[in-house]
Design a protein around this ligand. Structure first.
Ligand code: NDP
Length: 386
């Protein structure tokens, strides 16, 4: 019987379960492009429930315990001697979410001799040292597509929020003020702007589709070019590299995974080639941007705004400079953990566990590392250091 160690974010400060704002979720059958939503044999939760926090347990406990497995759930992951570190020693499976990542470093993987499977309940497995997973024969899987549209919606919201100066204007209302000039001195229309995405995968393409009705000029760069009919449908301008694209853009949105090719990509030099007053939206991974270069660019006016929901480390310390830099629209890492997304990635996690326990193949599109090499979605979108 297996021991499954699940690291989830804390419950609401007001207690669990929360009072829900709505009674149900809209029904979605397929993702764009036709991939089916997760297909576990069953689920033990009601879609729309808070599943991603400790008491939500991704709805896994009845299923796992019915099969004789042990489930340990904790949010305690970073301090010396954390529950995560203690329980990892004899865990067979680790489940973690990018929003509250259990960093499976090479050292931790070396200290987990029984570890066979690391599941990302979400998308983005950069919190797992993939080289070490390859070396130790650990399978890494994530729930591809589960929250891609959730993130694309968040990106569209953040582009509009920054360009139209929404957050400072809202703050004016909270403060009891009415100075229109203060609010509009940094407010523009998105219409006519040049909007570019670094990567046009599931999220990047969904962002392009969502921005199209705003009558903007759309640009993208990616390692693989999109089919010509999509380029024509959206009137896309393709650029061979990020460096080629960003000087043309008023808004740049980053939608690539964090891996050796993308780490530190947006540094002083690259940001310096952007238009003065460009906006940068990063919901992909914090380390794609140089933390202090972003602060410098906002302070100098090179960037008019920066928004996103990804930080390093997570949770971000209270003194992280992105909390206090000017003209930002940061949220904690929430874009991919709406209640809608949680229902999908909880079901996808269960689907992966059912396959693994039943000895049947995990869906190819969920695999990042398998049998000692990059596999599935991982082979397409990631790189490793070897
Ligand atoms: P996909 O795998 O569908 O798309 C990733 C795209 O990035 C692929 O098209 C890939 O290219 C491209 N890419 C990889 N390396 C580069 C590079 N060096 N330059 C340009 N393009 C590159 O993933 P998703 O769209 O679903 O997710 C993207 C990322 O967003 C995730 O890896 C994750 O880090 C982040 N994310 C954030 C969430 C949040 O809550 N904030 C939630 C979900 C994801 P190709 O495959 O053509 O080689």
């Amino acid at each position: 019987m297996a021991k499954i160690l699940c690291v989830l974010y804390d419950d609401p400060v007001t207690g669990y379960p929360p009072e829900y704002a709505r009674d149900d979720l809209p029904r979605v059958d397929h993702y764009p492009g036709g991939q089916t939503l997760p297909t576990p044999k069953g689920v033990d939760f009601t879609p729309g429930q808070l599943l991603g926090s400790v008491s939500g347990e991704l709805g896994l406990r009845p299923f796992l315990e019915a099969h004789g497995h042990t489930l340990v759930v904790t949010s305690d992951k970073d301090r010396e001697g954390s529950v995560f570190d203690q329980e990892l020693a004899d865990a067979d499976v680790v489940i973690s979410q990018p929003f509250w990542p259990a960093y499976l470093t090479a050292e931790r993987i070396a200290r987990a001799p029984k570890l066979k499977l690391a599941i990302t309940a979400g998308i983005g497995s950069d919190h797992v040292d993939l080289d070490a997973a390859i070396e130790h024969g650990v399978t890494v899987a994530e729930v591809t597509y589960c929250n891609s549209i959730s993130v694309a919606e968040h990106v569209a919201m953040m582009i509009l929020s920054l360009v139209r100066n929404y957050l400072p204007s809202y703050q004016t209302v909270l403060d009891g003020g009415w100075n229109i000039a203060d609010c509009v001195s940094r407010s523009y229309d998105v219409e006519g702007m040049h909007v570019g995405t670094v990567a046009a995968g599931r999220i990047g393409l969904a962002v392009l589709r969502r921005m199209r009705p705003f009558d903007v000029h759309l640009h993208y760069t990616d390692r693989h070019r999109l089919p010509r009919e999509i380029e024509e449908e959206l009137n896309l301008t393709f650029h061979e590299t990020t460096a080629d694209m960003v000087p043309h853009c008023d808004v740049v949105t980053i939608n690539a995974p964090l891996h050796p090719e993308t780490e530190g990509m947006f540094d002083d030099q690259l940001i310096g080639t952007m238009k003065r007053g460009a906006y940068l939206i990063n919901t992909a991974r914090a380390k794609i941007c140089d933390r202090d270069a972003v602060v410098r660019a906002l302070e100098s006016g090179q960037l008019a705004g920066y928004a996103g929901d990804v930080w390093y480390p997570q949770p971000a310390p209270a003194d992280h400079p992105w909390r206090t830099m000017p003209h930002h629209g940061m949220t904690p890492h929430i874009s991919g953990s709406s209640l809608s997304a949680q229902a999908r990635y909880a079901a996808g996690t269960r689907e992966i566990l059912e396959a693994w326990m039943g000895g049947t193949p995990i869906r190819e599109e969920y695999l990042i590392v398998d049998k000692g090499r990059l596999a599935g979605a991982g082979a397409h979108s990631y790189s490793v250091n070897k």
